[in-house]
Design a protein around this ligand. Structure first.
Ligand SMILES: Nc1ncnc2c1ncn2[C@@H]1O[C@H](COP(=O)(O)OP(=O)(O)OP(=O)(O)O)[C@@H](O)[C@H]1O
Ligand code: SF4
Ligand SMILES: [Mg+2]
Length: 355
């Protein structure tokens, strides 16, 4: 179950990625992404958070077909991807661009900035050389740089300037969705805020949707409409940023927020600590993947993987809806949800009003 988006620009169902790995001479299957559903509305920002190794970048790489997913369906602006011929595929992928964590390695050091920005236009748009040139100048201004930078090489720019070029390149063919994988984490703290503001301005002006991957919960709070929390290849909680930050429900989310600095946390600061080792993605436990680390574990948790269930909401705390998105706060932890239902301080919305 995921949020219901009336006209999603990106709609992903059951995305799965397994890697075949060899360890100590034996082949094994590593499940990096284990059936992820997500929908994004036009102009919406959805954050994907979770510890290192939870599968966030693998989701991004599958969606942009840098790697081939093992299973799942992806619809981009109503078109089902996969099974398309090269030409249709290339046309479809024009609408989905990616900005990487490290602009040093994602920009070709041997190309001038002008050629880096013009390259996707050459591949996807039928433009004359003069029109491409003019568009590159517009784009570089749009990301806050002077057109004189077009004749430079990536090494002649600062990290923040290089990330602006990464964004200009992603915008060059006017995509509907941009996947940003930790776009600010390699940058100086002073530059991060500027890049986030730039991304927000671009979104307002172009109505582009973002799938924003980050470890930084402060960034999530600042820019995301909704948030998906991943643990070992699964989404364990999803909701509006407001709902997830003010009433984190899954013990994994509670631990993530508890470990974050106080200013990032919307409600009462609690100390919620997980103990024990993260299971190997090559040998995942049968039931809840957090069972070995969870202070609230119960015997039934080890029997089967809990599904995502609706979290009862206090009636007064209904978050404002993003247009076209029927908000749902869901978490894959029946004991935590039962504890809310048993709490008389919270009035659960009748089930008929939840969907
Ligand atoms: N090419 C690959 N071959 C084998 N295993 C891989 C490959 N790429 C990723 N993995 C594994 O898949 C799992 C998910 O990795 P992924 O990079 O998606 O995590 P992540 O959530 O992006 O982590 P981080 O926050 O550190 O970037 C990890 O266990 C990782 O080791
Ligand atoms: S289902 Fe059980 S083990 Fe898993 S997070 Fe909830 S309480 Fe903990
Ligand atoms: Mg990653």
């Amino acid at each position: 179950m995921t949020a219901i988006v009336s006209h999603p620009v990106l709609h992903v169902l059951g995305l799965r990625k397994e890697f075949t790995i060899r360890a100590r001479g034996h082949a094994g299957i590593l499940t990096a992404v284990d059936g992820v559903d997500l929908s994004i509305a036009p102009g919406e920002t959805v954050a994907l958070v979770g510890e290192s190794g939870s599968g966030k970048s693998t989701v991004a790489r599958c969606l942009t077909r840098l790697i081939e997913p093992t299973a799942g369906s992806v619809q981009l602006d109503g078109r089902t991807l996969g099974g398309l011929g090269w030409k249709d595929m290339s046309r479809a992928y024009k609408d989905l661009q990616m900005v990487f964590q490290d602009p040093n390695s994602s920009l070709n050091p041997r190309m001038r900035i002008r050629d880096i920005i013009e390259e996707p236009m050459r591949l996807h748009l039928q433009l004359s050389a003069a029109a491409r040139r003019e568009r590159a100048e517009e784009l570089i201004r749009e990301v806050g740089l002077d057109p004189m930078h077009l004749d430079r090489y990536p090494r002649e720019l600062s990290g923040g300037q290089r990330q602006r070029i990464g964004i200009a390149r992603a915008l060059a063919i006017d995509p509907k969705v941009i996947i940003l994988d930790e776009p600010t984490s390699s940058l100086d703290v002073s530059v991060r805020g500027q890049i986030l503001e730039l991304l927000q301005r671009i979104q307002r002006e172009r109505n582009v949707a973002y799938l924003f991957i980050t470890h930084d919960l402060q960034v999530v709070r600042k820019i995301a409409d909704r948030v998906l929390v991943m643990y070992l290849g699964l989404v364990v909680e999803e909701g509006t940023t407001e709902a997830v930050f003010s009433a984190p429900t899954h013990p994994y989310t509670r631990a993530l927020l508890s470990a974050a600095p106080v200013a990032e946390y919307g409600a009462v600061k609690e100390r919620f600590v997980l103990s024990g080792e993260i299971p190997s993605p090559v040998d995942l436990p049968r039931g809840c993947r957090l069972a070995g680390r969870c202070p609230l574990v119960q015997p039934q948790c080890r029997e089967r993987q809990p599904p995502l269930l609706l979290v009862p909401q206090p009636v007064a705390a209904q978050p404002p809806a993003t247009p076209g998105v029927l908000q749902q706060h869901v978490a894959a932890c029946p004991p935590a949800i039962a504890a809310i239902e048993d709490n008389p301080a919270l009035t659960a919305i009748p089930p008929t009003n939840r969907l």
